[in-house]
Design a protein around this ligand. Structure first.
Ligand code: HEM
Length: 223
């Protein structure tokens, strides 16, 4: 069957299958499990959202300059941009708007954002790996996190606090993901470059896991 022949497997399938193990690892960190289990306070969720702000600043500052790039350009859609939503969430989570000068990235977040900025400058295929890992994840499992956050901390459904997970400009997420996978399948890259992109995707997952681990150290469960 095609899946056993990497050269003939659609790239969207290849990247999803190849990162499956890292996905499970990120999902099963104690921080994520505790967050989804409703066992963390809103302060942990706020700290996590702050980390996302640093990361999406790096991702989205790079998007403009890459919009016309033949490799990365096809993935860039302003409708995906999360920074305005994150900023509204953080205004809400801090109860005021002065948080920008007060929040700090964790070391793992700094390393993750630095890697994103580096590939954005030097390697468009690497940027695609990070773009895929975040935005397709936010459109998928992110929806589970939103529902849990609404129930645990009482945010208005799809309102302040969880706007990061609400893609207002993407009417049909399932169709969007199908279209995104088609763009992955048409990635302007040879097999060797595709393998490098897959490896970078695994690295992106590992960078996420590292952030969760540091968050887990900051918010250990007493129970
Ligand atoms: C507890 C946390 C998580 C849950 C519950 C979760 C759950 C899911 C689910 C249900 C899907 C849909 C699979 C499908 O459509 O076949 C998915 C896809 C995805 N997730 Fe997660 N996920 C979590 C964490 C993460 C993290 C931390 C990342 C990386 C930053 C991530 C990245 C992705 C990506 C890239 C996809 C798309 C796979 C594809 O269709 O190509 N997820 N996730």
């Amino acid at each position: 069957m095609a899946a056993s022949d990497p050269a003939r497997t659609p790239f969207s399938t290849l990247i999803r299958t190849a990162s499956h193990e890292q996905h499970t690892e990120a999902e099963s960190t104690s921080f994520m499990a505790d967050l989804l289990g409703g066992r963390l306070g809103v302060d942990a969720y706020r700290r996590y959202t702050e980390q996302l702000w640093f990361l999406y600043t790096a991702l989205e500052e790079a998007a403009g300059p890459l919009a016309d790039n033949p490799v990365a350009g096809p993935f860039i859609r302003t409708g995906l941009f999360r920074l305005p939503a994150l900023e509204r969430d953080l205004d809400h989570l801090h109860g005021r708007s002065g948080w920008r000068t007060e929040i700090r990235p964790l070391p793992a977040t700094r390393a993750y954002a630095a890697r994103v900025s580096q590939v954005a400058r030097d390697w468009p295929g690497g940027y695609v790996a990070h773009h895929y890992t975040r935005y397709l994840g936010d459109l998928s499992g992110g929806q589970i996190i939103r529902g849990k956050a609404e129930r645990t901390w009482g945010f208005t459904r799809k309102g302040d606090g969880v706007r990061f997970y609400v893609f207002e400009q993407i009417g049909n997420p399932a169709a969007f993901k199908r279209d995104y996978r088609e763009r992955l399948d048409e990635l302007a890259a040879d097999d060797l470059e595709k393998q490098r992109v897959v490896d970078e995707c695994k690295r992106a997952f590992a960078l996420n896991t590292a952030v969760f681990r540091e968050l887990g150290e900051q918010f250990p469960l007493s129970a």
